[in-house]
Design a protein. Structure first.
Length: 248
């Protein structure tokens, strides 16, 4: 069937990201001040907060992915548990959410997207194709969409689906089907582009989509999972999808 849409993974497909120590220090300096203002206490030093909060949250999120759990974590709950269990602080829900938003800012300041990537998305839309995003991420969906807007990507996507709002991660078929429903496409009408063989390629194949592996940021290999096409950079995607002749 003719291709009518392309869905994308987010991290290490459309964007690159590396949370820096500088960004983390800035975020947790603000978090310390917010906790002190809300609870009328002298909060632990920034380095201690990073060690006991940021690193503990990261550890819990990483462990859930390493265990290949499909159910996404509730990040607000995780932060609340860490703040109370690790630091012994009873933090109001609105302050917990502000802490989560400030922690998120450390990611926001270190995300990068190339002009090449934006150009590919514009090209696909100019050809009349629907575009969408399917991302495994514990980060809050509204903050993720703010990031996409600031990166100039949100207006280039017809739909966005995050595991943090669906409650389940790739390769669970439900997250792919949610995105397909949003762009009003059947699986056979769409291709998926991602860097992960199990989550992205095998997950897309399981629901009946074509799958393209991008190896720009990560080079996974698995003889049991074969993408329909493989690209070194996103600029190669139109050719890989047969939209442009390879001799052009």
């Amino acid at each position: 069937m003719a291709l009518r849409g392309v869905l994308f993974d987010y991290g290490h497909t459309l964007v690159d990201f590396r949370r820096t120590e500088e960004a983390l220090l800035e975020a947790y300096t603000q978090i310390r001040a917010r906790i002190e203002a809300a609870l009328y206490i002298e909060a632990p030093e920034v380095g201690h907060l990073i060690d006991r909060v940021a690193n503990e949250v990261d550890r819990r999120v990483a462990a859930s992915y390493e265990d290949r759990r499909l159910e996404e974590l509730d990040l607000l709950r995780v932060f609340d548990e860490v703040l109370s269990g690790t630091l012994g602080l009873t933090v109001p829900p609105d302050v917990v959410r502000h802490v989560v938003a400030l922690d998120h800012s450390a990611y926001s300041r270190t995300i990068s997207v190339s002009d090449e990537t934006r150009a590919v998305l514009r090209d696909l839309r100019a050809r009349g194709l629907k575009t969408g995003l399917v991302s495994n991420v514990s980060l809050l969906p509204d903050l993720m969409r703010d990031d996409l807007a600031n990166l100039g990507l949100l207006d280039l996507l017809d739909a966005t689906t995050f595991s943090s709002e669906i409650g389940t991660r790739k390769p669970d078929p439900r997250i792919f089907r949610d995105a397909l429903a949003k762009v009003e496409l059947e699986p056979a009408d769409a291709a998926f582009v991602g860097d992960r063989l199990n989550d992205d390629v095998a997950g897309a194949h399981a629901v009946g989509m074509r799958a393209v592996q991008t190896r720009e940021f990560r080079q996974e290999e698995d003889p049991d999972v074969q993408p329909d096409a493989m690209i070194a950079r996103l600029s190669e995607l139109p050719t890989a999808l047969g939209l442009v002749s390879s001799s052009a």
